[in-house]
Design a protein around this ligand. Structure first.
Ligand SMILES: C[S@@+](CC[C@H](N)C(=O)[O-])C[C@H]1O[C@@H](n2cnc3c(N)ncnc32)[C@H](O)[C@@H]1O
Length: 186
């Protein structure tokens, strides 16, 4: 259901923004739910650049891509998203990007996303986003309890130039279903 989880809503929005042949980014690949979705959307003449600091997670994602016959349109990169710009081909523009914040395993784990690196990374992505492109943050409450990261991220998003970017924040009101922040470049 569209409103059950922030990721369903995020995929709905990405579905509107992405066309076959587009270039997109998954900034937090994990086991690859978003990567597989993006790979299907861009088709074999588009491309997904996926980043994660965990080698094992990328290996799991790679297996899933191979099984689904989607690996040719995906580059999985084992480095922090705070170095996104240096990993992308020069002058490459992207149509969409997704950050799924938190951790794969537990809120205290080493793999948890951090405010400084998330903020640095998303600014790098914005510098490459197409006009009309979409950048999303999913915050799933399951493995995410860092109010600090949300606080700093929202404070930073608030400072984006409203003439250039539309920023929206969706969250559950009567259910603990996580949050979705979207940034749309005008
Ligand atoms: C909530 S999980 C992502 C879940 C993923 N969407 C999936 O389908 O499994 C967050 C991921 O961010 C990764 N991560 C944490 N810090 C990172 C960083 N600086 N750069 C890239 N990935 C990072 C973690 O290793 C973890 O796999």
């Amino acid at each position: 259901m569209l409103l059950d989880q922030p990721s369903s809503f995020a995929h709905f929005l990405l579905d509107q923004a992405i066309r076959p042949g587009d270039v997109v980014i998954d900034a937090t690949v994990g086991h690859g739910d978003d990567t597989l979705f993006l790979a299907e959307k861009v088709a074999d003449y588009g491309h997904v650049y996926g980043f994660d600091i965990q080698k094992e997670a990328l290996a799991t994602c790679q297996k899933r891509l191979t099984t689904a016959n989607l690996s040719q349109q995906v580059s999985l990169i084992n480095q922090g998203h705070e170095r996104i710009i240096t990993a992308l081909p020069a002058d490459l523009k992207v149509q969409a990007a997704i950050f799924s914040l938190g951790s794969l395993s537990s809120e205290t784990s080493q793999d948890v996303t951090l405010p400084n690196t998330t903020i640095s990374a998303y600014h790098q992505v914005l510098s490459r986003l197409n006009r009309g492109g979409l950048l999303l943050f999913i915050i799933d409450n399951h493995f995410f309890k860092s109010e600090e990261e949300i606080h700093y991220l929202v404070a930073d998003l608030t400072r984006l130039n409203p003439e250039r970017y539309a920023v929206r924040h969706f969250q559950g009101v009567n259910q603990d279903v996580g949050q979705l922040l979207t940034v749309i470049k005008k």
